[in-house]
Write a protein that binds this ligand. Sequence first.
Ligand code: ADP
Ligand code: 5GP
Length: 208
Amino acid sequence: MSVKEGQLFILSAPSGTGKTTILKRVMANVTNLGFSISHTTRAPRKGEQNGVDYHFVTVAEFQTMRENNLFLEWAEVHGNFYGTSRPAVLELLESGQDIILDIDVQGAAIIATDATVHGVSVFVAPPSLSELEKRLRGRGTDTNETIELRLNNAAKEMDATESYDYLVINDDLEEAVSTLQSVIIAERSHGHRLPTGEPIQLKGDGKK
Ligand code: ADP
Ligand code: 5GP
C-alpha cells in the first residue's frame, strides 16, 4: 500500500454477533472511513434501504455482474448471494479513502489470496453460542428456520478465527467498539498516517 492509498479493512462475524451495531458506531466516530455497500439477492429486512444497507438485486442481475467480473469477491451465504463491487472499492482506495467491508468468512478468504489488494482483517466473535442465539432471536428479523441455519453456520465460521489479523469479542458493546477503533487507528499509524487517516507531513525544523 502506498501512503496515498486508503487501507482496506475486512470485518467478519457470525450473523447476530452485533457487527452491524458495532460498525454503525465506529463509522460515526472514525473519520475518513467509508463503508462498501454490498450487492445481495437476499430480501430487504424491515427498515433496510436499497443503496444504503445493500444494493438489493435479482439473481439474474447478480449473475450478470459475476460474468462481467465486477466482484472483488462474492459468496453464497445462508442461501443467498452476496458480493463486493470491485470498481467501487478500488476507486475509493485509490482516492485515499479507507474502506471497511462487512463480509463473510468465504469472502475474506478470497480477498486474502488476491494479490491486487491488501486487507487488514478483523473477526468479531460473540461471547458464546447461546448468547448469539439470544441476540438472533431478540433482533426479531428472521424466521425460526433462518435462525437455525445461521446458528449452524456460526459454529463453522468460528473455526476461521485464527486466519484473521485481529479478534474482537462483542461482549460489552462499548468495549468492542473501542477495540475496533483502536485497531483502525493502530493500522493508520503503522501506515505512517495520522489517527484521522490523513498522511503525516514531517516538517523540517529549518536546521541543516
Ligand atoms: P449482525 O450485524 O452481526 O448480524 P446486529 O448488529 O444486527 O448483528 O446485532 C444483533 C442483535 O444483537 C441486535 O438486536 C443488537 O441490538 C444486539 N447486540 C449487538 N451487540 C450487542 C451486545 N454487545 N450486547 C447485547 N446485544 C447486542
Ligand atoms: P445479512 O444477511 O445478515 O445482512 O448478512 C449475512 C452475511 O453475509 C454476513 O456474514 C455478512 O457479513 C455477509 N455479507 C454481506 N455482504 C457480503 C459481501 O459482499 N460478500 C460476502 N462474501 N459476504 C457478505
